[in-house]
Design a protein around this ligand. Structure first.
Ligand code: PLP
Length: 397
């Protein structure tokens, strides 16, 4: 590795490598027994009924929206401070995307803002069909309250848990699904555990599960009981299948699933180490002019990210100068996220800077510090020292 300490990095063990090599020597490369085993293991880990592995979380969000029945006539709401994929999935279905501002403490969807927006839009009959709360940095949103609003206003809840595998909410694993319809995970290398590219949709509803399975593979079924009309015994042989929906090829390969299964064995260890490092950051950073990540009492974060907010006035330097000075010192800091409504693609729908002030204030102060399984204490000390220098010395680095 170069001298730069990255903000995130995967950990691949010899067992992980062996698991992938074993698949390469087997009969199945694309979706086969390892995918099924991975899905079952994930469902068991989360305590949910059904899991559908897909090629990435973006694809998972797309078919989750389709399974929820999202169309060009509907609205999808998410938060501005997320990766663009949480909003784009709505656009893939032709739906209008709108945003709900964030809570200033958790940086997750504000339930108060959600409720206010629901009350306002109800009057105009423009209620959302789908709401996508995002568990930023691995900390769960307030799902019990979001679920109450879902019952009251009749929308589908899809949790974007791309950051959150291994995290918990009210003592249950994220993905358990007690407060939502579907949960989507990402296994991109920078996330908590990896399959290279990969994602997974979790649900407890059989109807959604059947839809997700169709949509992952071209909208095709070989199960007679799911066909529109039964196969004709004189003409339709054992080759027969029916296309019921317009689906996609969003399958995961068996190589990826084998890697995922192997990584899942170490998930709790990954999360535990991230907590140790986050706790250590909390202690080392306590006297600096910055805000440390606040933890909701109901949430046990997966700690995908350790996000600080710099108090630029106290530091006497702008957010941008602090960020660039850290990069110049070899600290691979990052920023999650540029508010999605300010992206040129979304501006064309009429969104403007100022529309979601809490997300914009957050964006003007947030910095993600390096946090990953193999981060050493010496590297962490280096990050803290660089921050100290940048935030407390008067001349820019
Ligand atoms: C990473 C990420 C995604 C997309 O995940 P992919 O697996 O790369 O498609 C979606 N939402 C959020 C919040 C993410 O961080």
């Amino acid at each position: 590795m170069s001298g730069v300490i990255p903000y995130g990095r995967q950990n691949i063990s010899e067992a992980d490598i062996q698991a992938v090599v074993d698949v390469l020597r087997s009969d199945f490369l694309t979706q086969g027994p390892a995918v099924e085993a991975f899905e079952q293991a994930m469902a068991k880990y989360c305590g949910a009924k059904y899991a559908v592995a897909v090629c990435n979380a973006t694809a998972g969000l797309h078919i989750a929206c389709l399974a929820a029945g999202l169309t060009v006539e509907d609205y999808l709401w998410t938060v501005p401070n997320t990766f663009v994929a949480s909003a784009n999935c709505g656009r893939y279905c032709g739906a209008d995307v709108d945003f709900v501002d964030i809570d200033p403490k958790t940086y997750n969807m504000s339930v108060t803002a959600l409720e206010e927006k629901l009350i306002q839009t109800k009057a105009h009959e423009r209620l959302p069909k789908v709401v996508i709360p995002v568990h930023l940095a691995g900390q769960s949103c307030e799902m019990d309250r979001i679920n109450q609003l879902a019952q009251e206003y009749g929308f589908t809840v899809i949790e974007d848990a791309s950051h959150a595998i291994g995290g918990q909410y009210q003592g249950q694993p994220i993905g358990h699904g007690a407060f939502s319809d579907m949960t989507v995970f990402s296994f991109h290398p920078v996330k908590i555990m990896t399959t290279g590219e990969g994602g997974l949709v979790m649900t407890n509803r059989k109807d959604l599960y059947d839809q997700l399975v169709f949509l992952r593979t071209h909208g095709i079924t070989r199960d007679n009981s799911l066909m529109e009309s039964p196969p004709q015994s004189e003409t339709d042989g054992s080759w027969y299948y029916q296309q019921i929906e317009l689906g996609y090829n969003y399958r995961m390969t068996d190589m990826q699933a084998a890697l995922g299964l192997s990584q899942l064995n170490r998930l709790d260890d990954f999360v535990c180490r991230r907590h140790e490092l986050a706790t250590r950051y909390n202690t080392l950073l306590k006297d600096l002019p910055l805000t440390k990540p606040w933890q909701h009492p109901d949430a046990h974060s997966a700690f995908h990210l350790y996000i600080i907010r710099v108090q630029a006035e106290r530091a006497g330097k702008t957010h941008r100068i602090i960020f660039e000075a850290l990069r110049a010192k070899g600290i691979g800091v990052n920023l999650h996220y540029i508010p999605v409504h300010t992206q040129p693609y979304y501006r064309q729908f009429g969104f403007r800077s100022g529309d979601f002030p809490e997300s914009e204030r957050y964006y003007a102060e947030a910095i993600s510090l390096p946090l990953f399984y193999d981060l050493t204490e010496a590297q962490q000390d280096q990050v803290v020292q660089a921050l100290e220098e940048v935030l407390t010395l008067s001349c820019p680095a």
